[in-house]
Design a protein. Structure first.
Length: 299
């Protein structure tokens, strides 16, 4: 899947230092077992099995989260839990140091057919959640919050809604299946800025050219989604911290043959994940919201 920027902007540079220190990081181990359903690809099954193994590892280290509305939200719009695969847990996963997935072909009782199960084991570093800003992040098919979706069509425009209870700094990335992660925000016109500053309790809709929605003094990059496969999956990352932080090194935007669009600045997914892990380890307030989206080819 390719993210296409439809406008190119001039650049200027602002670079600010990372702040924060690592706290209470533990080595954690977990595992999961998952049956591959007929409507799942192997990639989807592996991602889900990995999420479940991470949840198990966090629960092994920090206990089980008990959902009681009276004690989940604390002062200043903060929450005392993290969400992984729609499950609330008491910790955040910092980095994976070792993982393994094994297939097990099992007979279906009362049938001549078989089914495939994945056993996923994982080790890595995790930290207990104290309190984090309760962020609202939504992917949209139109520049209105009512257009929330995770299912897109090829050549459809992409927008994102964001709101935080506190002031802070934000960047947005798109991780593609080809091992490349592309930075969508800051916009190209904001040059080498690592983040954009957002205000607490203020709603933002990004990637719209509507001047009423553009709260930054720059040219906005409209985004159009593209795939040459029947369906492709992508992960959108909203990266936020109350303190400014420094991005990883990025390759320059790549102009396309039509000379009217660009592929965004990018870096290898492995380098992006290393940067995320290091940033989370260095600052307990640095947090990442992940949204998996699909892009389907038009019939």
């Amino acid at each position: 899947m390719k993210i296409i920027l439809l406008l190119y902007c001039t650049a200027f540079s602002i670079l600010l230092p990372l702040t924060g220190i690592a706290q209470n990081i533990r080595h954690a181990r977990g595992s999961s077992q998952l049956r591959i359903e007929n409507n799942m690809t192997r990639v989807q099954a592996l991602e889900k099995a990995e999420d479940q193994a991470i949840i198990n590892a966090i629960e092994n280290s920090f206990g089980t989260y008990i959902s009681q509305e009276g004690n989940t939200v604390v002062a200043d719009g903060k929450v005392s839990y993290n969400i992984i695969g729609l499950t609330k847990v008491k910790g955040e996963w910092i980095r994976t140091t070792k993982s393994d997935a094994k297939d097990d072909i099992r007979p279906i009782p009362g049938s001549k057919e078989t089914e495939t199960w994945i056993t996923f084991t994982i080790e890595g570093d995790a930290r207990e959640i104290r309190s984090l800003a309760n962020l609202e992040v939504k992917t949209l098919r139109c520049p209105q919050i009512e257009c929330e979706t995770v299912d897109f069509l090829c050549l459809q425009y992409f927008y994102m809604y964001f709101k935080s209870p506190v002031d802070g700094y934000l960047s947005i990335y798109s991780d593609e299946q080809d091992g490349i992660t592309r930075r969508l925000l800051p916009y190209l016109s904001q040059g080498s800025q690592s983040t954009v500053k957002v205000r607490g309790d203020e709603s933002y809709i990004f990637f719209s050219t509507d001047k009423k929605l553009n709260k930054f003094n720059c040219i906005v990059d409209p985004i159009k989604l593209f795939t040459d496969q029947s369906v492709e999956f992508n992960t959108i990352y909203a990266v936020f911290s109350p303190n400014d932080y420094v991005k990883s090194f990025l390759s320059e935007a790549v102009p396309q043959p039509d000379k009217k669009s660009y592929l965004p600045k990018s870096l290898p997914t492995k380098k992006f994940q290393e940067w995320l892990s290091d940033s989370q380890a260095n600052s307990p307030e640095f947090q990442v919201k992940r949204i998996k989206i699909s892009i389907a080819k038009n019939d």
